[in-house]
Design a protein around this ligand. Sequence first.
Ligand code: AMP
Ligand code: MG
Length: 319
Amino acid sequence: MTEAIRILPTTDAAIDEAAALLRAGRLVAFPTETVYGLGGDATDDRAVAAIFAAKGRPSFNPLISHIPDVARARELALFTPLAEKLAAAFWPGPLTMVLKRQPDCPVSHLACAGLETIALRVPAHPVAKRLLEATGRPVVAPSANPSGRVSPTTAKHVAEGLAGRLALVLDGGPCAIGLESTVVDATGERAVLLRPGGVTLEALEQVAGPVITSESDPDAPTSPGQLASHYAPALPVRLNATDVKPGEALLAFGPALPGAAVTLNLSETGNLEEAAANLFALLRALDRPGLAGIAVMRVPEAGLGLAINDRLRRAAAPR
Ligand code: AMP
Ligand code: MG
């Protein structure tokens, strides 16, 4: 039996209803330019706890608080000169900054996993912006999927994973970027990349100068949420495939290898933006019973390829 789920198109009335539900401590999924988020009132410990429960998410893994503009962000966190620069360049958009909490920051400590820092993002999606404005409170919104599974880029994906565990889904169509935000620690003078995502390393460095990464500095701080196995389909995933084994599905990039039971292409022309937008939907579509596994062709390690490969490596990691 499939559980009931309410999905509404993004009319003003639906957004107002979603905002009222959030203020009442309920959970609402909504579109952002990255993926669909499972939203809850960031200042309400019980709503935050309900998000961890709905996702089955390990509670040490802190959540991102979303606000409609940089002024609201400054009320929650201490802005360094680096943070001001990054906000001016990339907000609204797919950049999350980790900053020190203001002493009177009202966001639940559970949302920050007890850390003195808070992760903040101003999303660019017009529905997300209107919802955040109507709610009038910061909203935590991890990806709207059971923890560890493939992230949702459509309202239907949300329904497949979380039906029965939330009050409402706002259906704003497929997500334009399709990958989570880039997470940067901006508490110091130099930016530290905690998670690759929708803003490329190259774009960050143009604004902020050399960025510290786990590659440039093995001792660089890492994000508590960077679990080895994540984004995992049910089928085994094999990376950098140069051939297709019997019974395998193929996730192609560029001209496809022959011989697959079923082939879907991230981008026939090898376009990384198109590949990012397609990644999670195609992983889901290939994850069918009866197949031996998913072979994935090599994606170049540049631009959005960094974030795509980060997700693919974790989809393929031992579970
Ligand atoms: P998600 O909500 O699933 O997109 O993941 C949020 C990401 O932000 C995870 O990788 C978290 O570990 C990271 N994050 C959130 N808050 C903090 C924080 N205070 N310090 C470091 N990383 C954080
Ligand atoms: Mg997620």
